[in-house]
Design a protein around this ligand. Structure first.
Ligand code: SAM
Length: 262
């Protein structure tokens, strides 16, 4: 497969990979992360905390009967991806990964070649219509059965003008009752932090990034859904001794929860 990647500009997926200790990143990504860490030193800890939350929440969903996962903005493959966590509970779990970054598609396809219950789609997660119509989604996701739609650390990547609240509703509307939505994003109640980090990330990504939001704004993603637990700093969501989450106490947190579609 031939893909074209501009390595001179940082990408969110590759920056996140670097923060998690991965190797699929370039000089521009590392430089941008260095600057981000100067601005918000807790960012690396947040990335790790977020990934641990993702593992705990997928494990919870799989042990509570969910067998299908639609992962919006899945990121580069790392250790313990969604399908590995879910398929440890039941090997029949199916996962559709969606990401806009071409590097995710290349690495994801290579990693998943052996797994016919899993697919990676290169798409913009705002394109709900296209994602649900994609042959891999149609093959792996049965809309008569509950689905977990994941929006983990991704909604801050899109601006208010793209209506992330409407996106969550649009996806929820397509899923059967008993499905779940997992949502967390970067949040802070300090206006200065929200503004400085948002401005930095917008500049870094060439104006394509969204916004650090307030806790109340994240709470409202869950309107109309039944919260399993109230939204929290995700390091505090059902902490598990095996996974030893740590609490981020600094500038910003990954904040969210999961909710059931009634
Ligand atoms: N969900 C993963 C996790 O929590 O470990 C990865 C989160 S990473 C911070 C954000 C991911 O969202 C990146 O891989 C990025 O490429 C992807 N992304 C950002 N905007 C997107 C969009 N509009 N459509 C699809 N993917 C997007």
């Amino acid at each position: 497969m031939h893909i074209t990647v501009d390595v001179s500009k940082p990408s969110v997926a590759r920056m996140y990979d670097w923060l998690l200790g991965g190797k699929d990143n370039f000089h521009s990504d590392r430089e941008a992360c260095d600057e981000l860490l100067r601005l918000a030193p807790s960012t690396r800890e947040l990335a790790v905390i977020n990934r641990l939350y993702l593992k705990r929440v997928v494990h919870w969903l799989a042990t509570n009967g969910i067998r299908q996962f639609l992962d919006h903005g899945s990121g580069l493959p790392t250790q313990d991806n969604v399908h590995q966590v879910a398929q440890r509970v039941d090997e029949d779990c199916s996962v559709v990964y969606v990401d806009i970054d071409p590097v995710v598609l290349a690495h994801g396809r290579a990693a998943l070649d052996e797994n016919d219950r899993t697919a990676v789609i290169q798409a913009d997660f705002r394109d709900t219509e296209g994602i649900f119509a994609h042959p891999d989604t149609q093959r792996l996701i049965d809309l008569d059965e509950p689905v977990a739609a994941l929006f983990v650390s991704v909604l801050h990547c899109i601006p208010d003008s793209d209506d992330p609240w409407g996106l969550v509703r649009r996806v929820a509307d397509r899923l059967p009752s008993g499905s779940y939505l997992v949502i967390c994003q970067l949040a802070s109640d300090d206006e200065k932090t929200r503004e400085s980090v948002t401005e930095f990330m917008r500049e870094t990504t060439g104006g394509t990034w969204g916004r650090v939001r307030s806790f109340a704004e994240v709470d409202s993603y869950f309107d109309g859904l039944e919260l399993v637990d109230p939204p929290v700093d995700v390091s505090l969501w059902r902490p598990d001794s095996d996974l030893s989450p740590r609490q981020a106490t600094q500038e910003w947190v990954e904040y969210g929860s999961l909710a059931r579609k009634p």
